[in-house]
Write a protein that binds this ligand. Structure first.
Ligand SMILES: [Zn+2]
Length: 691
């Protein structure tokens, strides 16, 4: 053992309970040398595989490639989890210097001609190698990773491809920075008491904090374009003129003439993506992107989106009439405009669906809801969660549970880190310290879920918080229940329009009356939640869904249309958007959640380009999938749960997702349950027909 290994805990075998990282011994100074060592080790492993004198076999090439880089993965997982959950200036500085190195390392691997030659040779003979289904799947996925990185291109095309990729990286970064620039220059000052009419105290406080953050004089209040401030303002402010100003400022982000204009940048990104698709042999970029998603073809996506679009537009008509009546009642002008919709909808919601947080929250104590999700996992999959105390974790707020299957066998470790703090990024997410794998004794997963709840003696949740908790736990179960041989296919490493199925379907149990009656108990009295309150929760869920659907589906359709332009079609972004909105008939008083000049899903990077639809795709699967339990007449039906475990939660990426879903459900997914859940069609139209 070298001196470096001897002194650096990141490079030693972790002799800790469950193989946890030795949190108490790792210092920021250990990371760079550990990354140096781990990167070099991975490169050497790749070279050994690529230059082996033996002819390529599945074991010496595909499996060896899958197993290579374990040390790098271990260090990287720890580092990434810390920079997300418990960061520091020292870690952030390391992060900045590491990002380009890790990107370069990855690209060197996927451009390695020798390694690709061996994988390609095996891929060509995959039908005759005597491989089982999981091995063929691993070989196909690895081969595809190389192909999508440009490995099949001629040397000249590869150079062109690399130039395009580099240019795209530059443009997408510029795009994001331009949005940020427009967001940071705009403020809507609230100066007199009249500017605050309608605003709850929480917005006043946030507006004061926003002013302080921008270095404005004490006692200033400003509304910024940050969604967490702008959206509540549009919902509550009684000042129509201020709402209008803010609404226009949001829409215009990235669409100002001058140095921060995103319109020409977006057009250039589209042109380069068209070239990328051509080089890969696809007619359009949408075809290229969809070829590696469950949806498969742009037509399948458009069909789904249109099925939601038409009833949403129709239903919005009825909602519009309601809001216009409310406007008249309040003495507001009609017809209503886009900057009125949220405000008036909130007035209607308060009058007709009043859900008072203070009334609901006492029934949703965090600890009770953790017990509720564990109980669901136990009734569905036979899992037991046993808390372990006294272990050193990354932060004292984090808790650890040992996870056992129904025979008492250890299957993994679950860490819950639920509280907000300055050193944690915002949002909620699931990640791993270690993935599951089944080769050579295998490894058990170490899963971590993060939330950003406010810590209190009794942390009480809103129902949205409860849903988020269950959502992330669904991802967590996808990691914990993974039961595959090859790490590259484990847990959540599935296609992008499939990965939200295990998380979104799990949210359904949070809404199940049986679960709530058992676990949603008043934190002081222990009384179960009253039935009337449960009913209100359910009714409120469908309120204003036509508006939400239009706001989401319109940009999803425009995303698809834009990326379906054939190669060599120049595009004027603003004109294209106007034309598409007219063609679709996007109601002017509803508008869209994103406009192209600031649509970061599309232009901040490639992963959601021709992919904004994935949320609704997963929603179709989750609503239709959960109906299997409804049809069985039991939310914990054992046979349905067994199929859900086998084909969805435990199979990782070993199955083609369409096939996995059909195996679970016994048929293709239906769209109606999603539409019914959004209130876009009548429940009767979607009622499951008993088999
Ligand atoms: Zn998710």
């Amino acid at each position: 053992m070298s001196d470096l290994q001897a002194s650096n805990p990141l490079l030693q075998t972790w002799q800790t309970p469950y193989g946890l990282p030795p949190f108490d011994r790792v210092e920021p100074a250990h990371y760079l040398p550990a990354f140096d060592h781990a990167l070099a080790e991975h490169t050497a492993e790749i070279e050994r595989i690529a230059s082996a004198p033996e002819a390529p076999t599945f074991e010496n090439t595909v499996q060896a490639f899958d197993e290579a880089g374990r040390l790098l993965m271990r260090v990287n997982n720890l580092f990434w989890n810390l920079t997300s959950s418990e960061t520091s200036p020292a870690l952030q500085e390391i992060e900045r210097s590491l990002a380009p190195r890790l990107a370069a390392h990855d690209s060197a691997i996927y451009m390695h001609a020798g390694l690709f030659a061996r994988i390609a040779a095996l891929h060509a003979q995959r039908a005759t190698l005597g491989l089982d289904a999981e091995q063929v799947r691993l070989l196909e996925r690895k081969h595809l990773d190389f192909v999508r990185a440009g490995a099949l291109l001629s040397p000249a095309d590869r150079t062109r491809y690399a130039t395009i990729t580099e240019k795209l990286a530059e443009l997408t970064t510029q795009f994001t920075q331009n949005v940020l620039a427009d967001e940071s220059t705009f403020v809507l000052p609230l100066e007199t008491e009249a500017d605050f009419v309608g605003l709850p105290a929480s917005i006043r406080e946030a507006a004061s904090a926003a002013a302080a953050e921008r270095g404005l004089p004490e006692d200033s209040h400003v509304i910024t374009l940050s969604p967490s401030l702008a959206e509540p303002f549009l919902t509550h402010s009684a000042r129509r003129d201020l709402r209008e100003t803010l609404w226009h400022a949001r829409v215009a982000r990235g669409a100002h003439d001058g140095e921060h204009d995103n319109r020409p940048i977006a057009a250039e990104i589209i042109a380069l993506r068209q070239q990328q698709a051509s080089l890969h042999g696809f007619a359009t970029y949408a075809d290229y992107q969809l070829s590696d998603r469950m949806a498969g073809k742009p037509a399948a996506v458009n069909e789904l989106l249109m099925r939601a679009w038409n009833p949403a537009v129709e239903k919005a008509g009825a909602d519009r009439a309601l809001l216009n009546a409310k406007a008249v009642e309040l003495g507001e002008p009609t017809p209503i405009a886009a900057w009125d919709w949220r405000y008036l909808a909130e007035r209607v919601r308060q009058a007709d669906y009043d859900l008072d947080d203070a009334e609901i929250k006492p029934y949703f104590a965090l600890d009770n809801m953790i017990q509720a999700m564990f109980d669901c996992a136990s009734r569905l999959f036979g899992l037991q969660f046993i808390e372990q105390h006294g272990l050193e974790l990354h932060h004292p707020d984090a808790r650890l549970w040992e996870v056992q299957d129904r025979t008492g066998k250890l299957i993994g470790t679950f860490i819950g880190d639920n509280f907000a703090r300055q050193s944690k990024r915002s949002g909620a997410w699931m990640s791993v310290f270690r993935s599951q794998s089944g080769i050579a004794g295998g490894t058990l997963p170490i899963v971590i879920n993060n939330n950003n709840l406010a810590k209190a003696d009794h942390t009480l949740l809103s129902f949205d918080d409860v849903r988020t908790l269950f959502h992330e736990f669904g991802h967590g179960l996808h990691g914990l229940l993974s039961n595959v041989r090859y790490e590259g296919l484990a847990g959540t490493s599935v296609l992008q329009d499939f990965v939200e199925l295990p998380s979104q379907i799990f949210e359904n149990w949070a809404e199940e009356a049986e679960v709530l009656k058992r676990h949603a108990r008043h934190f002081e009295t222990g009384e179960p939640i009253p039935a009337a309150l449960l009913d209100k929760l359910k009714r409120a869920r469908q309120f204003n869904q036509a508006w939400t659907s239009i706001q989401y589906v319109a940009p999803a359709l425009i995303d698809m249309a834009l990326h379906a332009l054939p190669a060599g079609t120049p595009v004027d972004i603003a004109a294209f958007e106007t034309e598409q909105c007219e063609k679709l008939g996007v109601p002017a008083d509803v508008g869209m959640r994103h406009y192209l000049s600031h649509f970061q899903h599309l232009f901040a990077g490639p992963s959601y380009a021709a992919g904004y639809y994935v949320y609704m795709w997963a929603e179709v699967l989750d609503a239709d999938g959960y109906d299997a339990f409804v049809e069985a007449g039991n939310p914990f039906d054992a046979r349905t749960a067994e199929r859900l475990y086998r084909y969805i939660y435990s199979s990782g990426n070993t199955l083609e997702p369409g096939a996995a879903y059909r195996a679970f459900r016994g048929r293709e997914p239906k769209v109606e349950p999603m539409l019914a859940k959004r209130g876009l069609i009548d429940i009767d139209e979607a009622a499951p027909v008993p088999a």
